[in-house]
Write a protein that binds this ligand. Structure first.
Ligand code: FAD
Length: 607
């Protein structure tokens, strides 16, 4: 049957694809569609194949949007990055958004996601440019309710679904249930960079790429990037979602977009007087769910029995053992009811992916950001460009809702960088320009970015006013060009043995002869703290006095070493002193990661 005949099965599959509401369903429909149409291949070639095969009205309306987008001069008609092979880690909004740009540039794009579902109900605030951007990608075709009227927000999962569909149509190869674990440097002159993946049987372990875009979220940053931590005042965030039945009463209740405490003291005072709930701010958005995010004061959480015991460190304060879930649920519900004037009838919790009431408490006291946005590694003559986007570049403070807007800006910046890279720009220039742009990211707001959002493209000059792309000079980013460094972030013993063995034998050689130290593994050999002490002492005897440490007080020794490593060597702790002192069983991946930093720092020392 020709594809444009009425009743054509391909149309029905395509319509199902457009409406699909689960990650796996989207992927399933897409495979089915390509099979039905006999289409193979990836990249823009696949896009053109789909376009030719599906030319009935509804599909055509989408193609015209995407064609308009793809016709932008920055993409050189999809040839700007032809021949560039990219690996994108993470199918969050920012990884997907970056993948779309890379596909439009004509790169070969493989995207990995460790999970197999999109389950976050939480709602993201969208700046005007993100709304415009998503519309231009056809958001309304996939999600009819997208930002109707004055709506300026969307649930994380709906946003992921829209972007996943666009990415697939543009020929991005998406693989779920695959976890990125680290890099394998090229083995010989003819080799290329590859990834260590879980499951290790994945055929993608054979994929060779020259660009890695990491968008793995706040907790995931590839080896080589330094994190900066900003410790602010104590900030405890609570998010909660209630079922939205879209009843008339529900439709009428007004949203609250950022009633910051300073602007509305009276509201918070009343809330406190009536309920004992003490908040700094609260936001309420309606989407698939009724979504609330608030910053709560510790004293009121203690008083209302949500937090059981006051503790100095925030991690123990919010640890599951110290939180009364039922009290947390009541707290969140009471705040939601009060702030909507008790006008949302019968609030019932939506369920999260574990089937539990969707209420969570998060610590925003400590926010991390990466010191740099990109790196280049070179090994055996092969170069790899690494860029960060989204939460792994800068962690956002959710109540301010800056996350996805800055995430998209960074995704565009990363795509621009890849374009420059593919054009053969010298690596240090590419890096210097990327850092010049990155300097601006944390200060961006809808007010100080260019007003003409319809002109936004991956070109930074269209978005940031008066940007100086040479603010940072090539000579200042030499340390972002890493030559021959052996990657040791494989995090698993299943990683290529050579690297693991190399780290182990280096540790053994560096600690040989120290009394009470015998390194045979990455677990129990390190619990007393003496091995770490010996390692540091071996290279920097000025920093520690090996003979004066108390072999009986492992936690204290560890704390001392962790502090010295952090302050003197710039190595961030990965495990706490207590965790280090109590390691048992097989190799600890975190310890391997931690020690690999010492390897990098000391590798070139005479020792
Ligand atoms: P994410 O959306 O976190 O996506 C990262 C993706 O990478 C995930 O799908 C993850 O599974 C995958 N991944 C991670 N490591 C690997 C790996 N090694 N291999 C393969 N895949 C990997 N922001 C708000 O403004 N308001 C909120 O209420 C809010 N709630 C949130 C709730 C949760 C539980 C989380 C995690 C984040 C929340 N955020 C919220 C932040 C917001 O989701 C992000 O700012 C936004 O999604 C953009 O993030 P991203 O794409 O960079 O990362």
């Amino acid at each position: 049957v020709p594809a444009n005949e009425p009743g054509n099965p391909a149309h029905a599959i395509f319509e199902r694809f457009l409406r699909a509401g689960e990650c796996q369903e989207v992927l399933g429909c897409f495979v089915e569609l390509c099979q039905q149409l006999g289409l193979q291949g990836t990249g823009l070639q696949l896009y053109h194949g789909l376009k030719a095969a599906l030319n009935y009205w509804n599909a055509k309306a989408l193609w015209s949007k995407l064609d308009k987008k793809a016709g932008h001069k920055d993409y050189d008609q999809g040839t700007a990055c032809a021949g560039t092979k990219c690996l994108v880690v993470g199918a969050g909004p920012c990884g997907l958004r970056a993948a779309i740009e890379l596909a439009l540039l004509g790169a070969h794009v493989v995207l990995l996601e460790k999970r197999d579902s999109f389950s976050r109900n939480n709602v993201l605030h969208l700046w005007p440019f993100t709304i415009h951007d998503l519309r231009a990608l056809g958001a309304k075709k996939f999600y009819g309710r997208f930002c109707t009227g004055t709506l300026d927000h969307i649930s994380i999962r709906q946003l992921q679904l829209i972007l996943l569909k666009v990415a697939l149509l543009l020929g991005v190869e998406v693989h779920i249930n695959v976890r990125f674990e680290g890099l394998v440097p090229p083995a010989g002159k003819a080799g290329g960079w590859q990834a260590v993946l879980q499951p290790s049987s994945s055929p993608l372990t054979q994929y060779k790429f020259d660009v890695l875009i990491s968008a793995g979220g706040g907790k995931f940053v590839p080896e080589g990037f330094k994190r900066k931590e900003t410790r602010g005042k104590l900030a405890i965030g609570i998010t909660t979602n209630f079922i939205n039945r879209h009843s008339r009463a529900e439709v009428e209740v007004a949203e609250i977009s950022g009633v910051a405490r300073i602007y509305n003291q009276k509201f918070f005072q009343n809330l406190y007087n009536k309920t004992g709930i003490d908040l700094e701010n609260i936001v309420y958005y309606k989407d698939d769910t009724h979504y609330f995010v608030m910053t709560a004061k510790k004293q009121s959480l203690l008083k209302k029995g949500v937090i059981l015991q006051d503790k100095a460190d925030i991690e123990s304060l919010l640890s599951p053992e110290n939180v009364n879930r039922d009290a947390l649920l009541s707290y969140a519900k009471e705040a939601a009811n009060f702030s909507t004037n008790y006008c949302l009838p019968e609030l019932e919790f939506a369920l999260n992916h574990r089937g539990l009431p969707d209420v969570d408490m998060f610590d925003f006291t400590c926010m991390t950001r990466s010191e740099n946005a990109a790196l280049v590694r070179e090994h055996n003559g092969s170069r790899l460009l690494l860029g960060l986007v989204g939460d792994c570049l800068v962690e956002p403070f959710w109540p301010l809702g800056t996350g996805v807007a800055r995430g998209f800006l960074a995704a565009f910046d990363a795509a621009w960088m890849v374009r420059r890279w593919a054009a053969g720009t010298p690596p240090l220039e590419v890096l210097a320009e990327r850092e010049s742009i990155y300097q601006h990211l944390s200060q961006t707001s809808p007010d100080n970015t260019n007003k003409n959002i319809t002109q936004y493209s991956i070109d930074p000059a269209t978005r940031y006013p008066n940007i100086n792309l040479q603010a940072i000079k090539a000579s200042q980013v030499r340390d972002l060009y890493l030559v021959g460094t052996v990657e040791v972030d494989h995090k698993r013993k299943t990683a290529p043995g050579a690297v693991y063995e190399e780290l182990l034998s280096w540790c053994q050689a560096s600690t040989a002869g120290y009394p009470g130290v015998a390194v045979t593994n990455f677990s129990t050999s390190w619990t007393s703290g003496l091995a770490l002490c010996a390692l540091i002492h071996h290279f920097r005897p000025d920093l520690v006095d090996f003979d004066s440490v108390d072999p009986q007080d492992a936690i204290r020794t560890h704390q001392l070493m962790l502090d010295i490593a952090e302050q003197e060597l710039g190595i961030q702790p990965v495990l706490s002193s207590a965790e280090m002192a109590t390691m048992t069983g097989p190799d600890h991946l975190d310890l391997i990661t931690y020690l690999s930093h010492f390897y990098q720092v000391f590798r070139t020392s005479p020792g």
